[in-house]
Ligand binder design. Structure first.
Ligand SMILES: *Cc1c(COP(=O)(O)O)cnc(C)c1O
Length: 240
């Protein structure tokens, strides 16, 4: 994972980040929210360790990675000791132990088997692992995530596992030419969260939703964390 020569400079990254933060602030303004309610998670997948160092230098709390091995290697290769690492990509049960050992939070928990594997790994490590439940709120056959109908049972099962801490929900909107499609998925996730929070008494405060192309709609529907890669670091194609 050597840093390719074409990777952007810190200054170029900082300028891109300002644009993204302004976009978040504008979306907050339109919906009567405060920018401090929405965290910017820098998605560093397919980018060199410098991307994580840039995020830390800008003062961001955390970065997101979508593959376990890539994230583990990058964390070890980057010099950003205070940075938190979140797994946002699909996780297979056989990698749950590795993921639980190296990530500060797992956002992609989408089924009972994975839940159980993560709980066991965290218990064996003597820690409480924060997680989000990933829900396929847009009913996109191409996306991972629990079905909306299955989310209550998944939460019930999670609540019986003391080595997990359930912070909230995550979704990836369907790729569609119709912007209303993403917006409806974000609204569905927020409504689900509100129902689950009322039923369980838990805050489920984190709503991880919104990417480079749809962050405005996500913020309008209540996102508390947008996961941004392309808008911060440019296209991943050249080093993917
Ligand atoms: C890659 C990725 C992102 C970031 O997407 P961009 O469009 O590059 O901002 C967000 N969430 C998940 C789950 C991803 O895999």
């Amino acid at each position: 994972m050597d840093q390719p020569e074409e990777f952007l400079s810190y200054e170029a990254f900082r300028q891109r980040a300002e644009v993204v933060l302004a976009e978040i602030a504008e979306a907050c303004g339109r919906s009567g929210r405060k920018p401090a309610e929405v965290e910017l998670l820098a998605v560093t997948k397919n980018h060199p360790p410098a991307a994580a160092e840039y995020a830390a230098r800008l003062g961001l709390r955390a970065v997101g990675e979508n593959r376990v091995q890539e994230g583990v290697a990058k964390r070890q290769a980057s010099n950003a000791p205070a940075l938190a690492w979140e797994l946002i990509g699909h996780l297979q049960s056989n990698k749950a132990k590795l993921a639980a050992a190296h990530f500060d939070r797992i956002q992609s928990v989408d089924g009972p088997k994975l839940l159980d594997h993560l709980a066991r790994a965290a218990a064996e490590a003597g820690r409480v692992l924060p997680v989000l439940l990933q829900v396929n709120a847009g009913r996109d056959p191409a996306k991972f995530g629990a079905e909306l109908e299955d989310a209550p049972a998944l939460l019930d099962r999670a609540l019986a596992l003391p080595s997990l801490r359930i912070d909230g929900l995550m979704t990836i909107a369907p790729l569609s030419g119709d912007p209303l499609c993403a917006r409806r998925a974000f609204a569905a996730l927020r409504e689900l969260r509100d129902r689950l929070a009322a039923a369980s008494g838990l805050p489920l405060a984190t709503l991880s939703m919104g990417m480079s192309g749809d962050l405005g709609d996500a913020v309008a529907e209540g996102s508390t964390q947008v996961r941004i890669g392309t808008a911060l670091f440019g296209s991943r194609a050249r080093i993917a």
